[in-house]
Design a protein around this ligand. Structure first.
Ligand SMILES: Nc1nc2c(c(=O)[nH]1)N[C@H]1C(S)=C(S)[C@@H](COP(=O)(O)OP(=O)(O)OC[C@H]3O[C@@H](n4cnc5c(=O)[nH]c(N)nc54)[C@H](O)[C@@H]3O)O[C@H]1N2
Ligand SMILES: Nc1nc2c(c(=O)[nH]1)N[C@H]1C(S)=C(S)[C@@H](COP(=O)(O)OP(=O)(O)OC[C@H]3O[C@@H](n4cnc5c(=O)[nH]c(N)nc54)[C@H](O)[C@@H]3O)O[C@H]1N2
Ligand SMILES: [Mo]
Length: 772
């Protein structure tokens, strides 16, 4: 099932010709057509083009889509197809006004598709749910804040959860976390609890930092890049520019992914007139291996075996012995475990041959400076910790950590997901300088560990969570085990959504429910002291200011900062240290607070805010200072060979068990569905599909287009299923099926999550297929 794509011709022959595949490179005219489609559908005005022109440029708006770096010297157009879609989607002229809710009951809206809900337009007024008429009605901000304050004061703070999706800027996020602690809890789950929490928890154990170690300069120097489970072409397309330049100067790229993702195969740069006219693509991956889902531990064990064997053959020439001795711990234990792992086992779990893995290892051995990249393909597995541990092991062997051109680079999701954690949105109180906050705000901070996303769900299910506030996001679509959680959600006493657009989570109201409409990042944000900037942190730990310049929707929207301050002021007793009104009036003051709380990273925050390329907040592992328990970089012993967590198998596998991978299309941003074209995978028109390899289809007697039900195979008494999925032949390894997130989320059990961080195992749920 592995495919080599030495040349584009090669890749064409490697593909199963009978299943769909997009036969154009990523980027190019297809991507411009994708932007033009959304532009037309959203009926954006020509002014929208002005907004796009300033996207990701110093002094402009930092894209609301992904968290990829914004270079100091931007391209003429420093945005991608999906960034443009996200921006045009936000600055749409369509509106969801009180008249919309007078027309549609909540029950009726629950029947709408996610796409249609968000496409209805921007929310314009604060709204309160009325159960008697099953409708949302406009209310004043004053009334909304007072009611929220009253409700929060009436419960134990431990019964409240404050969720944040990774959109809001550092200013609103800092105050949101402060509000939670002043009120009395650390229940601050964030979207990263479903995403890169595996990284935050485990990288910290291995190398003493919760984030990646690379910066853009490293991509200009590295000799080889190894990609594990990250889909650049769809999820961080601007990164393709760095990859293209790297390939052009001779850097070698190797990809491990069960699917042949177009962006990692070839790319045409829309900024390059010659490439656009001639249509000649840059080939990205020199080797592309379609491993089995959950097979990365096995692949990495194989590669490490090859490295150890090479050292044995030519002692003292392969491993960075000096580095291992001085800077690391646990090498011998790791080595013994890998050596005890047989090739047969490695081949069975990876789905690749020894020869293929050896080819990948040869590229590793031939490179002086190596970067390891990964995404959800490694983090969203039960043994995600070991996926990361093995990748770190591979890099440590030759000192590929903490030196220029080398390191580990998790690619983050939401545009400010990493930054929100940096400024205190964390359920783990030990990650936050509580003492400092206590000094600054004269209070006693709660020390009890807060709830992460999975624990918040458990609390909603058992009734111990009574209030949910969401600063952005769409938890009821993003969470695992959706059917059960949705039912329990309506038992909440209070639910509050701070949002730009209507989504499913707003349509399952608790007893007291509010939707609070906020400005988006592209909107001009005028406060008492004038127009405001907000800031965010990218995947490479750089911090940027962002200044919205679009005319905000007419109505009664407020900024996220103003809404957080409004809720806090209405909830907490007045205190001279809490200047909620002043902070709303001037965000410089909030940045001063951030600088005081985190002086090392954020000193002179206001002065550095608009620095081209952002300012770097530093990373000790980059300078080989290991903030781990041992004070050294840690090798990890592979105690299992599969990331799927089979040993946790709650029940024995059914004979037809398959591994389910949930995917993002090229036409969505998480639960926001822009349209129904997954162009880069050659899939058009529908999302209720299940992708499966043609041989498996034959074996199971399934026909193309036939409707089937997927049933979770470990639900242990809980029936998790999704029906009405159209069978679609696709180039996938055997033994697995794939389909779209969020449609398939009801199939992922809440208890099936990464071991140390509780990140749901969205890439490896066991299912069986039942023909309908
Ligand atoms: N346009 C767009 N951009 C986005 C998003 C979006 O939805 N749309 N979402 C944002 C967010 S929040 C995030 S977290 C990131 C997500 O970006 P990614 O990290 O790229 O996440 P996914 O697309 O979920 O999956 C990544 C890849 O993992 C592969 N995979 C699945 N299982 C395995 C496995 O076991 N091993 C390996 N090696 N690979 C595997 C899949 O085939 C897929 O190509 O993107 C961000 N950017
Ligand atoms: N099966 C499966 N499930 C998954 C995943 C998967 O790969 N597979 N991926 C997981 C991952 S990586 C993530 S990060 C989560 C995402 O989970 P969430 O972050 O909760 O979901 P989003 O879809 O990003 O949230 C979209 C909503 O955010 C609101 N919004 C948009 N912009 C703004 C803004 O500027 N401010 C405010 N206040 N609101 C705004 C809009 O109302 C919009 O409807 O999903 C997870 N769920
Ligand atoms: Mo994410």
């Amino acid at each position: 099932m592995a495919v080599t794509s030495k040349t584009p011709e090669h890749s064409a022959t490697g593909h199963d010709p009978q299943t769909p595949e997009y036969d154009h490179p990523t980027g190019g005219w297809g991507s411009l057509r994708g932007i033009a489609r959304i532009f037309g559908e959203e009926r954006n005005s020509p002014l929208a083009l002005k907004v796009l022109a300033k996207l990701n440029k110093p002094g402009g708006v930092m894209c609301t889509s992904c968290a990829w770096a914004k270079p100091a010297k931007p391209h003429l157009f420093e945005f991608c197809e999906n960034g443009a879609k996200a921006t045009l989607w936000e600055i749409t002229p369509k509106r969801v006004t009180p008249a919309f809710f007078a027309e549609h009951s909540v029950k009726e809206l629950r029947g709408w598709h996610d796409h249609d809900l968000e496409r209805a337009g921007r929310l314009t007024h604060p709204l309160r749910y009325a159960a008697a008429s099953d409708r949302y009605y406009p209310v004043s901000w004053q009334e909304a804040f007072e009611a929220i304050g009253r409700e929060l004061r009436a419960i134990d703070p431990q019964e409240a959860v404050f969720y944040a999706s990774g959109h809001a800027g550092l200013e609103a996020s800092y105050l949101y976390a402060l509000f939670a602690r002043l009120y009395g809890h650390n229940n601050l789950p964030q979207s990263s609890n479903m995403c890169h929490e595996t990284t935050s928890v485990n990288l910290k154990t291995f190398i003493g930092t919760p984030v990646g170690t690379c910066t853009l300069e490293d991509f200009e120097e590295c000799d080889a890049i190894f990609f594990f489970g990250q889909n650049t072409g769809t999820n961080s397309p601007r990164f393709l520019h760095q990859l293209k330049s790297a390939v052009e100067r001779g850097c070698r790229i190797v990809t491990f992914n069960p699917l042949r993702e177009r962006g990692l195969i070839e790319f045409v740069d829309t900024q390059n007139p010659v490439q656009m006219t001639v249509g000649k693509a840059t080939q990205i991956s020199e080797e592309y291996f379609q491993l089995l889902p959950g097979g990365d531990i096995a692949v990495l064990a194989g590669m490490i075996k090859c490295v150890l064997a090479a050292e044995e053959k030519a002692p003292g020439t392969v491993l960075d012995q000096d580095f291992i001795a001085r800077e690391t711990s646990g090498f011998e234990t790791m080595r013994a475990a890998v050596e005890a792992t047989g090739w047969e086992e490695i081949e069975a779990h990876s789905g690749l041959t020894r020869e293929m893995i050896s080819r990948a290892a040869d590229i590793y051995l031939g490179a002086e400076k190596v970067i390891g990249i990964y995404g959800m393909g490694l983090t969203q597995h039960v043994n995600g910790w070991l996926n990361l541990g093995m990748l770190v092991n591979l890099l440590l062997l030759r000192g590929n950590m903490g030196r220029p051109g080398a390191g580990i680079s998790p690619v983050r999701g939401h545009s400010n997901v990493q930054g929100q954690r940096t400024v205190g949105i964390a359920e783990k109180p030990d990650l936050v300088p509580l003492k400092k906050l206590e000094e600054m705000f004269a209070f006693t901070a709660p020390r009890q560990k807060g709830r992460n996303a999975v624990e918040a769900c458990e609390g909603i299910l058992d009734g111990s969570v009574k209030a949910m506030i969401s600063l952005g996001g769409n938890l009821l679509r993003a969470l695992p085990d959706r059917t059960r959680i949705e039912e329990a959600w309506s038992g909440l006493r209070l639910s509050v959504h701070v949002a730009t657009k209507l989504n499913r989570s707003h349509l399952v109201p608790g007893e007291v429910s509010y939707i609070l409409p906020c400005l988006g990042r592209t909107d001009r944000d005028e406060q008492l002291s004038g127009p405001q900037a907000v800031s965010m942190e990218d995947s490479l730990s750089h911090i940027y200011g962002s200044i919205g310049n679009a005319r905000p929707p007419e109505g009664e929207l407020r900024s996220e900062v103003a809404i957080v301050c409004g809720m806090a002021k209405a909830t907490l007793p007045a205190s001279a240290t809490q200047r909620w009104d002043d902070w709303t009036g001037n965000y410089d003051l909030i940045r001063d607070l951030i600088a005081r709380t985190y002086p090392e990273e954020f000193h002179d925050f206001n002065e550095r805010l608009l620095q081209p390329g952002g300012f770097y907040r530093g990373n000790p592992a980059r300078g080989r200072s290991w903030k781990t328990e041992s004070g050294k970089a840690q090798f990890t012993e592979p105690t299992t060979i599969s990331a799927l967590g089979e040993e946790a198998g709650i029940t024995a596998a059914s004979p037809g068990r398959m591994t389910l991978v949930t995917l993002r299309s090229n036409d969505q941003f998480n639960t926001t569905i822009y349209g129904f074209s997954d162009r880069l995978r050659g899939l058009e028109g529908g999302r209720d599909i299940v992708l499966i390899n043609r041989d498996e289809m034959r074996r199971l007697g399934l026909a193309e287009g036939q409707r089937v039900t997927l049933v979770c195979d470990i639900a242990d008494g809980i029936d998790l299923r999704v029906s009405g999925l159209a069978v679609t032949a696709y180039d996938l390894p055997p033994g697995c099926v794939a389909g779209y997130y969020p449609e398939l989320n009801p199939l992922v059990p809440l208890a099936y999550h990464e071991k140390h961080s509780k990140t749901p195992a969205y890439k490896g749920s066991p299912v069986v297929i039942l023909p309908e």
